[in-house]
Structures are given as C-alpha cells and as structure tokens.
Design a protein around this ligand. Structure first.
Ligand SMILES: [Zn+2]
Length: 542
C-alpha cells in the first residue's frame, strides 16, 4: 500500500512538473487529459496529414482487403509480409527481413535521427474462421480454412498509410526523425514479440505506437489489468503395443496426457481467481488398436504478473512429471510462446487521446448500421449497432491485484516494458462476435473496416507528429517510463536463453488450405473491392 501511495505521489509530482506550456495557458484538473503544446505549425501539419490520408482511402481499402484475403496463420504470414514490404520498399523504406530468426518477421525503416517512432500491429489470423465479409450469418469462403476472425488484417494497413503520409510530410517540411514499421507475427500464439525484444528491435525506439482493431476508438495508460502468460507444450513418450493382443506390454502416452489434464482440472479450484488456463491435445495417438507411444498437450497458463505466471508454469511442470510417473512414460516440454502483462505510457496515451477526439468516429452509413444490427440479432447480443460515442480516457499506474479478474493477453506487453508504448484501438469492427470466431471477421473487409482504418491512420500519424515536433513530449514519455512505470518493476523475459521461436507452428494447416485460398486472393487490378470480387451484396442479411 505504501508503495502505491508513493508511486501516486511521484506521478502527481511528475505530471505537475511536465505540463509543458499548456499548464500556464489552461489550468486543468487532474481528471482532464493533458494536451500537447498549442502550436499553429503542428496544427497545420495535422490538418495536412489528415487530408492526405483521406486522399489515400482507396489505397488503404485495397490493403485491408488484400491482407484479409491472404488469411494467414501465425508464423505463416508469407504473402502478407511480402505484400506489405513490397509497398514499403517501393516507397523508399529500408527492409530488414527475417528479424529475430523468424522468416515472416521484418522491419521497415525510413528517415534518420531522433525521435525513433515505431509503428506496429499484428498480422496473423484465426484457425477455421473463414467468413465472407459483409454477410451477417456464418458463411465461410472455404469451409474449415483460417480467416481474419480477429481483424488483424487491418492494423498494418493502418500503419502503412500513416507512415507513407508521415514520410511525405516530413520530406516536404524537412522534419528529422525515424519511422520504423514492424508486424506483430504470430500474436495469436503470443510467440514473437519477446524475441523481437531480445533481438533489439525496440532498443532505440523512443515511442511505440501499437494499433489493434476494436469496436470503438480507445487508448489507456498504466496497468491494463490483463494477464500475461506462458504457452507450453508437454510431450509424453511411452511404448506402443497391440491394444487387443498385448495391451499390458504398452505404456500409453495418451494416458499421461489425460491424467495431467484431470490433475489440472482438479487443481483449478485452488488457483487464484485471476488465472486463466486452457489446453488442447495436439497429439492424441494414431488409432485405437495401437497403444499411443507419443502424445502431447498444449497449455496456456495466464496470470497477472511475472511471479504468478512462473508459479503456474512450475505447477504444470510438476503435474506433467507426476502424470509421467503414474504411467511409466517420460515427458519433455517446450515453450511455444509468452507474454508480459502490458503497461501503457501516460504521456503518449494523453497525446493520442487528444487526436482521437480531434479525428472523431467515422460517419457510418445506413448499410453499415444494418450489417451490425443484423449480426447482433443473429448472435442474440444487444442490438446496439456501431460505435456512436468515444469513451473517456482511462488509466492508473497500479491496479490492485485484488481488483483483477484475468482476461486475454497480448505480447505487446513485452514491448511495453522495453520502450514507452501505447495501443490505439480503432473502430474497424463492432460488438457482436465472441472473439476468435468467424463473426469477428464479418466487418473486416467492408466499408466499416475501411473507414475505421482511415480514421485510425489519422490518429496514428497525428500522434507521431506530436512526438516528431516536440522533444519535450518525448522526454515526458521517457520520464513516465523510467520514473514511474519501471521504477520498481523490472522486465525479466519469460523466454529462456535457449528458447527459440516456434516457427514450425501452423505450417501443416496452411499447407492444407493455401492452394484453395489462392483462388480467392483479392485482385485489385480487376475489382475495386473484395466484396465486388466475391459478388457479395452489401450488406447481406437474413
Ligand atoms: Zn489481436
């Protein structure tokens, strides 16, 4: 408690000492977000860049549709990465391929000197989430194929548009600074960003502007209250035998998997309420008449901080050994992914929020609204339509652990402990689907996503401009990072020195569907939009 009070005092003191010019001009209460310096040149640049991004909206729409049509799973984002880096290379960005030993990872850099602004967003999709865009019921493009059931097709197009507009404006006005773009590879597996950190991708970054699709605009600062995790696969080895003739000669690896899962499900009652844990059996044997000699189970262990995540991981390891003892099998494990809980930067969040307010929500059409309401009706959730009001900026340095109730994870958490970072949520979707589901793909290649991405690109570019134009603001973001966020909490990676990215994941699934999916890749030389290519009337509702 004392620590919390101390932290709060430090933070208030820091805020008071870093209110820039604006504090003298406009007194504000603690609840009001701070504003970036009132600078007529900067305001002019922001108007210019917003107009430029509006003029790029067809190009932005093509990128959103193109990446949607690729529908690539984590670590298999080959088409997506080639497509995006080709655009950036043609526009004068320097590309570094295979970052951190991950074939689909890259960075694209333009400009020179400080500040270094890093723009990132995830690009991978969800298994079995194939869905025709603009259709308000389940209607896959290819049954069983992967699809953008989280909307990760939209974030990097947003960043590319923002970066190209920034580059033009910086050239025109001879502004210094460096823009770096980087894709979130295999985010659904929480499997790359810790390796990016280890490879030094963020060591020179002054400001990291991450973007993630949402149903509204939003940005937060401080402790997000979400969970971090480790993703661990346990593989058991036994002895095969004729299951009818001599089962007593076999040692079943599948028995070990099942006993571990039963043990875990009993233990669940005695775990903290903040935890989330789940598993899939990745290998359950070949056929019933052969005692399974090999079997594997893949767990996500989610908790609120590093220590609790490590504790869960230890319990899992112990339980796997116990299951091996019970079955006279042996067990090995490998780490497939990890994520720290995120903490976002106050200075950047406040600057970004002011830009969100300035840009405002897109103007939704009657057709956009019809699609949203029809899907909400289909899924029996409140028929609220699309976002109509921007929520308040929220944040606090420390959320008491007792208030946390677990939840999802994103490996942007690792980045957030290594450089001042925020996540921009932009309104390219609407509330309806349960997440990681075909329903969350419905909006993602429609005018809803196109407008949301254009609006988001403006916020991203305007926020980058705030920091390019104000060394004080860069210093303030760094001061929060150093003196508040990381004052008592230091980053220790969950990945161990010998761990390597699990780049083989999803290879077989993509190989199974790739050829058929290619027939549906968006062809912008023949069609204006992906909806037009697929022959979908917008919106298609029951
Ligand atoms: Zn995501």
């Amino acid at each position: 408690m004392l620590l919390r009070i101390l932290l709060r005092t430090v933070c208030v003191a820091w805020v008071l000492s870093s209110c820039f010019v604006v504090a003298a001009q406009t007194p504000r209460t603690a609840a009001e977000p701070s504003k970036t310096p009132d600078n007529p040149v900067l305001s002019g640049y922001k108007r210019e860049i917003a107009a430029d991004i509006d003029a790029m909206k067809e190009f932005t729409q093509q990128m959103v549709d193109q990446v949607f049509s690729f529908g690539e799973l984590g670590f298999q984002e080959f088409e997506t990465s080639k497509y995006l880096t080709d655009i950036l290379r043609k526009n004068g960005f320097r590309i570094q391929d295979s970052v951190a030993g991950i074939p689909t990872a890259w960075t694209a850099t333009w400009g020179s000197g400080t500040p270094v602004i890093a723009l990132g967003s995830d690009v991978d999709c969800i298994p079995q989430a194939s869905q025709k865009p603009g259709v308000a019921y389940h209607d896959p493009i290819i049954e069983g194929a992967p699809g953008h059931g989280e909307g990760h097709n939209s974030g990097m197009p947003l960043n590319v548009t923002a970066a190209l507009a920034l580059k033009k404006l910086m050239e025109r006005n001879r502004l210094g600074g460096t823009i770096v773009l980087w894709p979130g590879i295999a985010e659904e597996l929480l499997a790359a960003k810790a390796y990016f950190v280890r490879a030094g991708v963020f060591k020179d970054a002054d400001v990291v502007l991450f973007a993630h699709v949402g149903s509204n605009f939003g940005v937060t600062w401080g402790d997000t209250g979400g969970n971090g995790l480790v993703s661990v696969e346990y593989s058991f080895k036994g002895e095969s035998a004729h299951a009818g003739n001599a089962p007593w000669r076999g040692r079943s690896a599948l028995d070990a998997v099942e006993l571990m899962d039963i043990g875990w499900n009993f233990r669940r009652e005695h775990l903290r309420i903040q935890q989330r844990s789940h598993y899939v059996i990745t290998n359950g044997g070949d056929q019933p008449n052969v005692v399974p000699a090999n079997a594997s189970v893949w767990y996500y262990f989610r908790e609120t901080d590093y220590e609790h995540i490590k504790e869960m991981w230890d319990i899992g390891d112990r339980m796997s050994k116990a299951a091996a003892m019970m079955t006279d099998t042996t067990v090995t494990s490998r780490l497939l992914g990890s994520a720290w809980p995120a903490h976002f930067n106050k200075t950047i969040a406040e600057a970004m929020y002011a830009n969100i307010k300035a840009v405002g929500l897109p103007k939704w059409s009657a057709d956009d609204e019809r699609l949203a309401v029809a899907l909400q009706r289909e899924l029996k959730v409140p028929e609220v339509g699309l976002a109509k009001e921007i929520p308040q900026l929220r944040g606090r340095e420390v959320m008491p652990d007792s208030e946390k109730r677990g939840g999802p994870s994103d490996d942007i958490g690792d980045v957030s402990w290594n450089a001042p970072t925020v996540t921009l949520n932009y309104p390219a979707n609407f509330d309806a689907g349960p997440g990681h589901n075909w329903a969350n793909a419905v909006a993602m290649a429609t005018p809803i996503a196109h407008k949301g991405v254009t609006a988001g690109a403006k916020v991203q570019a305007m926020t980058a401009l705030d920091f390019l134009m104000s060394p004080d603001l860069v210093a303030s973001a760094l001061a929060y990072f150093r003196n508040v966020q990381t004052k008592d909490q230091k980053y220790t990676p969950l990945i161990r020195p010998d761990d390597k990215p699990a780049i083989w994941l999803n290879e077989q699934t993509m190989a199974k569907y790739r050829a058929e999916m290619k027939r549906y890749y968006f062809d912008p030389t023949r069609y204006k939009t992906y909806l037009e290519q697929l022959g979908i009337t917008y919106p298609t509702v029951r």
